[in-house]
Design a binder for this molecule. Sequence first.
Ligand SMILES: Cc1ncc(COP(=O)(O)O)c(C=O)c1O
Length: 407
Amino acid sequence: MGTGEGRLDVARVRGLFPGLSDGFVHADGAAGTLLPENVVLAVAQAMRVPIAARGGAFPASARAEGLVASARAAVADLVGGVSTGVVLGPNMTTLTYALARALARTWRPGDEIVVSRLDHDANVRPWVQLAEEIGVLVRWAEVDIETGELPDWQYDELLGDRTRLVAVTAASGAIGTRPDVAAIAERAHAVGALVYVDAVHAAAHHFLDARAMGADFLAVAADKWCGPHVGAVVADPALLQELEPDKLVPAPERVPDRFENGSPALELLAGVSAAVDHLASLSEDATGSRRDRLRGSMGAVAAYESSLFAWLDQALRAMRHVQVLGSPGDRTPALSFTVDGMRPRQVAVELARRGICAWDGDFYARELFDALGVNEQGGAVQLGLMHYNTAEEVGYVIDSVAALRAR
Ligand SMILES: Cc1ncc(COP(=O)(O)O)c(C=O)c1O
């Protein structure tokens, strides 16, 4: 067992990111993150040596096998799974469609699923579209419009003995809400439903334990935690064994391979392992196994980010020309806001002019932004902090948003 949460030395950490030399304030982390040098080098190194397809009798093919095994082990460490339950793929959306198709084969007309209005569309539409095809009833967990919370008590009414699946996010990248996934999963399991958790945003900010969360499936994407564009879904291999995904006849039958269609982006898998190593190294005080070091480092990340974010959140809420969506609470370091008299794109353009990267739009939180009524005006502006952001940058962002009032 490792020790120590420790401290995040942001000056050291910033030195690891070549992309920071562009001089911009990268407050777009909720949509995608910068890459540390070790990830860049790992991908480059994987491209320098011969790598063939998997399954051959020669060293270049064995190298490919090693890259897949290392990436699976890294993702398993990140979320507390086993590597034989890690399905790798191009991104979370593609994997979720594939898993949804496999799970939907077990659904019957009249069954029910529960999706949430808080979720990114990638954890909504695949389920809803398949449910509609089969005649499965879709029930919606609603967001409290004032607070931005997803109350777990409503699941008592939403769940029943026909519920087959609950899809819910571990954290909203749009407004930072962190639903009580464990409480929702406990209710879902009590009626025999499976739980599919979108941890794409959450994984960058908190130490995750898929089992403690009650996630039967937990989806992540490395580009949200300083890795390349690779997605992964983690599940119990025994559960994967029960499912029949779409696959080519000659492709392996074994789990988790049978969920991985076609050739993987082998070079990028080297970057997945390196990104998890990066996260595990963020606190120099954290020791022990990689999982132990992730626990310590992600604890340090959460403490660091939440103090920066509290300042940003409070400062924006105090501005009379700014509306931050939802209320303050247990949030990841991500928020969305609107500015009186300006469309979100205008705000984003103005921030970009000042050297700040910030997204505008609905960030694919389509259901949430429809419920909040902001889509007619172009959505909102999103700010998402990462462990490489500084207090100085946050101060500059606050001053820049304050200056919009004068326009
Ligand atoms: C919270 C959340 N879930 C899911 C996704 C979809 O991930 P991917 O782009 O890997 O399909 C995103 C992407 O931004 C996201 O932010």
